[in-house]
Design a protein around this ligand. Structure first.
Ligand code: MLT
Length: 409
C-alpha cells in the first residue's frame, strides 16, 4: 500500500499565488471587457537586457556546434559564473566569499525549501510573520510541524511578528530556535534591516548555535549605502548564515531560472551527541545527487550580468522598477493610505483603510479598480489588514492603476 506524506494534508488549501491567479481568472472570465492590471505576484515585466541576450545566444550557438557542445556541467555551476559572483557580489565589497562557497541553482524558491532536507526534523524553525509562504509550507512538508491552528499558525514553528511597531524587523525569539529564516529587503513588507539589526541576529545565532537562512533575493534593489546587501557584511555571519540570492528579480530571470546559494566553510550544525559538522558538504551532497545543474546557455547569460554592459543595463532596469515604486508610494500616500517599503525594495506594503481585511480589499481593488495586488494575510496572520503591490509592472500600467485606486470609494 502506497502511503502519502501526510504532512501535505496539514497544508492550507493552495499556495497563495495560484489562489490569487484562480480568483483573477474567475473575475476576467465573468468580465471579459475589463482591462485588469496585475501587480500581485512579483514577476518581472522588462525583457532580458541586450548584453544578457547576446551571451544567451552565444551559449546556444556553442551548444549547436560539435566542437563547443557541452553535456552535463558541474552540478555546483560553471566556474566562470561562480568566480564572477564571488568577485563582483562579495570580494569587491570586502566580503571573503569564494567561488567554492557558491552553488548555482534554478531558483531561491527551490533552494530555501530544499535546504531543509539537510537539517534534522527536530530543529525548531523561526520565521517572520508576515513571511514569504515558501519557508512555512516547506517546513510543513518536511514534517517539522504539527497542525495549523485556527489563528493560522502551525504548531512547532516559532512566528516572529513583523509589525509597524518594530519597523517590520522582528524581535529575537524568547524561546530557543535552531533555524531562522530572515529575508531582507523583505518580501512582502518591502522594508530593510540595518547592520545593527542584523548584528543582533548574527550574535544570537552564534550564541545559540543556530543557523540563519538569509534570503537576499532583493538585494539589488537597495540604494541606501548603509543598508547591508549581504548577511556576510556582519562579522561572524560566515560561521552561522547561509545566503540565498537570485537573478530572477535582479536581471529578469523569472522565466529563465538562475539563482545561487552561498555556504561558507565555517557554517556548522551538530549531531545529537553535540559534535559539529560543516554544512557545506551536506548541501554539496544533496545538490550533486538531486540536481544536474543549470543549463550552460543560462549560466552564460547570467555571467553577462557581471560585464560592464550587463551591470549598466541591469542597473537601468532596476531603476525603472524603483521609479515605479516611487510613483506608487507617492500616489498611495496622496490617496490617504499608510505606506511602507518601496524605497530599497520593489514591494510597497499598504495598510488598508478602516481596518478592512486584506481579502476584502483584494476583492474591492480587483472588482472596482480592476487591479490585482496581494492580500497581506496571505503571508501570515500579522499581514492581516495590509496589502502588497509589486513594482514589477509596466510604467503606464502603474500610472493607470494608481489613478484607478485614487478614485476608489
Ligand atoms: C512574490 O511575489 O512574492 C514572488 O514573486 C514569489 C517568488 O519569487 O517566488
Amino acid at each position: 500500500m502506497a502511503l502519502i506524506n501526510e504532512n501535505y494534508q496539514k497544508l492550507q488549501a493552495g499556495y497563495l499565488f495560484p489562489e490569487i491567479g484562480r480568483r483573477v481568472r474567475e473575475y476576467t472570465t465573468a468580465n471579459p471587457d475589463k482591462k485588469v492590471i496585475r501587480m500581485g505576484i512579483g514577476d518581472v515585466t522588462r525583457p532580458l537586457s541586450p548584453a544578457i541576450v547576446k551571451a544567451f545566444h552565444e551559449g546556444v550557438d556553442e551548444m549547436a556546434n560539435a566542437a563547443t557542445f557541452r553535456g552535463y556541467g558541474p552540478e555546483q555551476g560553471y566556474e566562470f559564473l561562480r568566480e564572477a559572483i564571488a568577485k563582483n557580489d562579495y570580494q569587491q565589497y570586502g566580503v571573503a566569499i569564494k567561488a567554492d562557497d557558491i552553488f548555482i541553482s534554478d531558483g531561491s524558491k527551490c533552494d530555501t525549501g530544499n535546504i531543509q532536507e539537510i537539517f534534522g526534523n527536530d530543529n525548531v524553525i523561526a520565521v517572520g510573520d508576515p513571511v514569504y509562504p515558501v519557508y512555512v509550507d516547506t517546513t510543513v512538508m518536511s514534517g517539522k510541524t504539527g497542525k495549523l491552528s485556527e489563528k493560522g499558525y502551525y504548531d512547532g514553528i516559532v512566528y516572529m511578528p513583523c509589525t509597524e511597531a518594530n519597523g517590520f524587523v522582528p524581535e529575537l525569539p524568547s524561546q530557543k530556535v535552531d533555524l531562522i529564516f530572515l529575508c531582507y529587503p523583505n518580501n512582502p513588507t518591502g522594508t530593510v534591516a540595518t547592520k545593527d539589526e542584523l548584528k543582533k541576529w548574527v550574535d544570537y545565532a552564534l550564541a545559540n548555535k543556530c543557523i540563519i537562512l538569509y534570503d537576499a533575493a532583493y538585494q539589488a534593489f537597495i540604494s541606501d549605502n548603509d543598508i547591508p546587501r549581504s548577511i556576510y557584511e556582519i562579522d561572524g555571519a560566515d560561521k552561522c548564515a547561509i545566503e540565498f540570492r537570485s537573478f530572477s528579480k535582479t536581471a529578469g530571470f523569472t522565466g529563465t531560472r538562475c539563482a545561487f546559494t552561498v555556504i561558507p566553510d565555517g557554517v556548522v550544525a551538530y549531531n545529537k551527541a553535540g559534535e559539529a559538522f560543516p554544512v557545506k558538504p551536506l548541501w554539496n551532497r544533496r545538490h550533486s545527487t538531486k540536481f544536474n545543474g543549470v543549463s550552460y546557455p543560462v549560466q552564460k547569460a547570467a555571467a553577462a550580468i557581471y560585464t560592464a554592459e550587463g551591470k549598466k543595463e541591469t542597473a537601468e532596469i532596476i531603476a525603472y522598477y524603483m521609479e515605479n515604486a516611487r510613483i506608487m508610494r507617492n500616489s498611495l500616500e496622496a490617496s490617504g493610505y499608510k505606506v511602507f517599503g518601496g524605497v530599497n525594495a520593489p514591494y510597497v506594503w499598504v495598510k488598508t483603510k478602516n481596518n478592512m481585511s486584506s481579502w476584502d480589499f483584494f476583492d474591492k481593488v480587483l472588482g472596482e479598480a480592476n487591479v490585482v495586488g496581494t492580500p497581506g494575510s496571505g503571508f501570515g496572520p500579522s499581514g492581516e489588514g495590509y496589502f502588497r503591490f509589486s513594482a514589477f509592472a509596466d510604467r503606464e500600467n502603474v500610472i493607470e492603476a494608481m489613478e484607478r485606486i485614487k478614485n476608489l470609494e
